[in-house]
Design a protein around this ligand. Structure first.
Ligand code: ASP
Length: 323
């Protein structure tokens, strides 16, 4: 117990970055979102405190809790694609071993992050997609399957209708995809052994087609973990891929000695927008320092620091809840 108390464990999670304006969410909505973020923090923290609990277990548990919430664009509550269905992406990475697993375009896996971990641990591969990933899931008795419509929610169906109407009206200008994603989830943890892990899960972008895959399942873009640093990103995935965002943040820590905050803030606030993208990232380093950077109006987020202080927040300023 004593050893565990003095060990620097830390956890940081997100439920997506985007246009979240004050007044847009009712007080009741805000409360439910914060409660779901707290549930995810609890799940991750319990894993970190349990006997032998690893950072990997913590990020998986936190992301599963967020996938189970219909309020985020991952698992239940994922956005609809152009055909009115759902294709889900997820990835997970363990820093010290550099092991990683990812899946994209899965349609019947209730918790895609679990399948990503199974790819990492039970296959010789890192990244499986579509029908092949489903076939691999068939070999995994612990992976729960659901019908595709199980992921449906009314809010996301409404968003699909609005997006499709907008596209028809403004076909010439609708190449700006800002705001069609939002609500991707992720977690980064540091365990009592100093090991870091990161995971990200998403339904991707509303009205996506042609097998579009964003950054979330791409190691180095939406997710990264190494010995000193871990990152989970959220935002306009194409820009996160083009800038290898998650890896870039940790490379700055490793090669330049940047603090995790300086690295995350510079990449998210300068690099991504300089090419036209937007979004955010949560990150931590091996001392348990936490960064939560975003260039949008808000980012659903929650954290537990090594000193045990914890909190959740939605907007940029002034809505911090916690100790
Ligand atoms: N980054 C995700 C994607 O592009 C979406 C998000 O973060 O909300 O698929």
């Amino acid at each position: 117990m004593t050893a565990r108390k003095s060990s620097p464990i830390a956890l940081v999670i997100h439920g997506g970055a985007g246009v979240i304006e004050r007044g847009q969410l009712s007080i009741a909505d805000e409360r439910e979102i914060l409660a779901d973020l707290n549930k995810a923090l609890e799940a991750g923290h319990a894993a970190l405190l349990s006997q032998g609990g690893s950072a990997l277990d913590a990020v998986e548990a936190a992301v599963i809790a967020l996938e189970e919430s219909p309020r985020f664009n991952a698992g239940k509550g994922s956005v609809f694609d152009a055909s009115g269905e759902h294709e889900l992406d997820a990835s997970i990475m363990e820093g010290h071993s550099r092991r990683a697993g990812a899946v994209a375009g899965v349609r019947t896996v209730r918790n895609p992050v679990r399948l990503a971990r199974a790819v990492m641990e039970d296959s010789p591969h890192v990244f499986l997609i579509g029908a092949g990933a489903e076939q691999f899931a068939d070999t995994q008795p612990d992976i729960e399957r659901v019908a595709n419509h199980w992921f449906d929610t009314d809010v996301r169906r409404e968003q699909l209708k609005l997006t499709q109407a907008l596209e028809q009206e403004q076909w010439q200008t609708s190449q700006d995809l800002r705001g069609r994603y939002f609500g991707t989830v992720g977690a980064v943890a540091l365990d009592a052994h100093g090991r870091i892990a990161a995971a990200t899960s998403t339904g991707g972008m509303t009205n996506k087609r042609w097998g579009r895959v964003g950054d979330s399942p791409i190691i180095g873009a939406g997710t990264w973990a190494d010995d000193r640093c871990g990152v989970s990103g959220t935002g306009w995935g194409e820009f996160f891929i083009r800038n290898a965002v998650a890896h870039d943040i940790c490379a700055r820590v490793a090669y330049r000695g940047d603090s995790i905050t300086a690295a995350a803030e510079d990449v998210i606030r300068n690099v991504v927008p300089s090419h036209g993208g937007d979004g955010g990232a949560v990150a931590l380093d091996s001392d348990g320092n936490i960064a939560m950077a975003f260039n949008t109006l808000g980012m659903y987020r929650g954290w537990i620091r090594p000193d045990g202080s914890r909190g959740t927040a939605i907007y940029r300023d002034g809505d911090l809840h916690g100790s």
